[in-house]
Ligand binder design. Sequence first.
Ligand SMILES: Cc1cc2nc3c(=O)[nH]c(=O)nc-3n(C[C@H](O)[C@H](O)[C@H](O)COP(=O)(O)OP(=O)(O)OC[C@H]3O[C@@H](n4cnc5c(N)ncnc54)[C@H](O)[C@@H]3O)c2cc1C
Length: 359
Amino acid sequence: MTLPDIDISDARAADPDVAIIGGGQAGLAIGYYLRRTGLRFVILDAEEVPGGAWLHGWDSLRLFSPAGYSSLPGWQMPPSGSDGFPTRDEVIDYLTRYEARYDLPVERPARVDAVERAGDRLRLRLADGSARHARAVVSATGTWSAPVIPDYEGRERFDGTQLHSAHYRGPEPFAGKRVLVVGGGNSGAQIHAELDAHARSTWVTLRPPGFLPDDVDGHVLFQRATARVRDDGGGASGTFGDIVMVPPVKAARDRGALETVRPFARFTRDGVVWRDGTSEAIDAVIWCTGFRPALDHLWPLGVVDEAGRVAVEDQRSVDEPRLWLAGYGDWTGAASATLIGSARVARDLVPRIAAALGA
Ligand SMILES: Cc1cc2nc3c(=O)[nH]c(=O)nc-3n(C[C@H](O)[C@H](O)[C@H](O)COP(=O)(O)OP(=O)(O)OC[C@H]3O[C@@H](n4cnc5c(N)ncnc54)[C@H](O)[C@@H]3O)c2cc1C
């Protein structure tokens, strides 16, 4: 693919020093610290409204981290009105108010299709045909727009419904249906727990999931991830695989509905064949099988490796030093894909950008 030429001769006066791609929590946290540097910056976000990936979470989504462990820099997330674990809508409200409170320069909707080298700047090509130029670019596009579905034999032949958790909104369309929920993390647990009350839901996981004790909330996962990264000097790929017993999951457990089975062997047109050879008719499969970093816009820079990541040193691309990354996973900082982690990443990253730009 080649890109058409763009005349940049008179564009420079309006150009920012730093362009942040993505106005989710990671982009906002960086904006919070950039405000203090005197650098001109802009946050370009593909959504119509604030909230990042939380806009697309299912209606009953609960954070596994309590509000006290889910705050961006400067302003604590208000305590949840429910039972300690904030709801999706409470997070969206917090992010909306956060960006207004700090008057962050977010432009919406502004989808960046490509980032390319343009002399001493990086050029950002937007979906509306316009372009911006910046001395430094922070990619903070998250993972929501890049859902992962594993290969299962015959998946394309299956006539039933297939949905990734990225697009699941609620149990209503599945009422009374036979559903497989695939994936042993918090998404799988929460969605299976909800569906089980409405549908004939079977929870499929590679191995028996790990459940945290009822009296332990998600902040333990952050402490573990941070410790792991500290222990090995920063290269760990910490997981948040343990399931937090948020109230709907606990309720499912108490009614005996948190059993799991190991994966099936293959799909048929109308269902699956289990590993013992028995067939079962299935109406729908919900894939709670995770995401990869959404980095397609970086393709012209040639910095994305086969694993779908960018080689970084202290959040800075090794191959393109004007490019910085935030969010995505532990490879850009401990727990950087979480609310509290994005605060830490921003605190570390902004002084590095400022130093690189001589600010
Ligand atoms: C089910 C679930 C439960 C979770 N629970 C917790 C929890 O309890 N606690 C916690 O701390 N974390 C939790 N997380 C993890 C984490 O908080 C989210 O994944 C978070 O949304 C990541 O923030 P981000 O800013 O990196 O990315 P996002 O929120 O995805 O924001 C990225 C933004 O960039 C935009 N964008 C993408 N591509 C482009 C482009 N090319 N141009 C312009 N804009 C673009 C997107 O539209 C979006 O607005 C959970 C995640 C999931 C999926």
